[in-house]
Design a protein around this ligand. Structure first.
Ligand code: UD1
Ligand code: UDP
Length: 377
């Protein structure tokens, strides 16, 4: 029996983990222990996903909560060390690029536990992003790197990962593999369930293809009053000019900062008839919104990709993206948090010929990943 220990903490990691847990449940030679760092803790940022997505209960919740990068990561490392020593797993799985990912990778590497990094090789090449720092550090500490796309494989090749001489304490070298994207698995799998289970469209009184879906949470958008203002002004103007509903499930970070940095704008958008600013929603509701939106506007990594899976054009509220395929196929436009660029990007997307090729695997990435972990650890 192989014991894998999965680290989750932030919303997207909880959702990603559902795919691997489904693959584990199909086998009898793997045991999974889930450790939740507690980075996200609101009911609708964490608990809501477990039952709905069939994720086994976490065996440990470290309850680390919010804080500065150093404080949050340090608390995680301290608590994770005890758990890893107690559980002695054969492999630690970390997802993506959050502080929970970094803490899991640093702790496991110091205890000589092999690390599998799911979503390896993504790069924005913007070293001021905390996520870029986390993903680069984590890739270097990992023994099995699961790149979700060919672009991610090429990034790793360019950084020398394919010819690396790294030797891990189990005597093995590093493996770099493209097994596809576990979020493509999840989007396809849960889209069918969302079809029959989600009532979000009728609850919000919105029509298929009659609304824009937006999400905003990236720190360089939320923490800068000018950027936050530009984005919300653009959303509000697009909504009013085109008589378009805009559905915006608001991340708690954005809610707190908009309320304090721009109270007047907050007041305006919260009372707008067309802007439907709501609490974060469940993943099934989110999929229903993505599938039925006419267009998506987001700075989220996960949401821009899901809009591609569901063949929706996407205004990417960032200066660059790790998911360059989306822009290369004209399905996304990069606008940063610039009012003019957002307006321009919105109009461009409405008139562009967009393609959505299958670039993210065969929707069985989690099973392929688990097979490879068992072979290579
Ligand atoms: C984190 C990740 C980011 C990821 C995002 C997914 C890092 C550095 N950032 O950003 O890569 O895209 O999660 O959503 O790891 N808060 C709450 N309730 C919660 C969680 C957060 O109110 O349940 C508020 C707190 O005020 C907190 C702030 O949101 O200070 C930011 O939370 P944090 O986890 O530090 O970063 P995110 O912006 O969520
Ligand atoms: N998501 C969700 N409910 C919401 C907003 C997002 O279930 O109200 C899902 C979304 O579908 C995607 C993931 O959360 O799978 C993305 O998380 P987030 O945008 O917080 O982080 P990122 O992907 O940018 O790291």
């Amino acid at each position: 029996m192989i014991k894998i220990l999965t680290i989750i903490g932030a919303r997207p990691q909880i959702i990603k983990a559902a795919a691997i847990s489904r693959a584990v449940a199909k086998r009898n030679d793997v045991e999974e222990v889930i450790v939740h760092t507690g980075q996200h803790y609101d009911q609708n940022m964490s608990e809501i996903f477990f039952d709905e997505l069939g994720i086994p209960k976490s065996k440990y919740n470290l309850n680390v909560g919010s804080g500065s990068h150093g404080m949050q990561t340090a608390k995680m490392i301290e608590a994770l060390e005890n758990v890893f020593i107690k559980e002695s797993p054969d492999c630690v799985i970390v997802y993506g690029d959050t502080n929970s990912t970094l803490a899991g990778a640093v702790t496991a590497s110091k205890l000589h536990i092999p690390i599998a990094h799911i979503e390896a090789g993504l790069r924005s090449f913007n070293m001021s992003m905390p996520e870029e720092i986390n993903r680069i550090a984590c890739d270097h500490l990992s023994s099995i790197l699961f790149a979700p796309t060919q672009v991610a494989m090429e990034n790793l090749r360019a950084e020398g990962f394919m010819t690396s001489h790294a030797q891990f304490s189990n005597g093995k070298g590093r493996k770099v593999l493209n097994c596809g994207d576990v979020m493509y698995d999840n989007s396809i799998y849960f889209a069918q369930i969302a079809e029959s289970n989600s009532v979000i469209l009728s609850t919000l009184n919105i029509k298929p293809n009659g609304f824009i879906l937006a999400t905003i949470h990236r720190d360089n958008n939320t923490d800068n009053p000018e950027s936050l203002n530009s984005i919300f002004r653009a959303l509000s103007d697009i909504s009013e000019t085109n008589k378009q509903d805009v559905v915006l499930p608001l991340h708690p970070r954005t809610a707190k900062l908009l309320r304090t940095l721009s109270p007047e704008l907050f007041d305006k958008v919260i009372h707008s008839e067309l802007m439907k600013i709501i609490e974060p929603v469940s993943f099934l509701d989110m999929i229903a919104l993505e599938k039925n939106a006419s267009l998506v506007m987001t700075d989220s990594g996960g949401v821009q990709k899901e809009s591609f899976f569901f063949e929706k054009p996407c205004v990417i509220l960032r200066p660059e993206t790790e998911w360059v395929e989306i822009v290369e196929h004209n399905a996304g436009v990069l606008t940063d948090a610039d009012y003019e660029q957002i307006m321009d990007g919105y109009h461009k997307l409405l008139s562009k010929k967009v393609t959505f090729p299958k670039l993210f695997g065969d929707a069985n990435a989690a099973e392929h990943i688990l097979d490879k972990i068992i072979i290579y650890i």
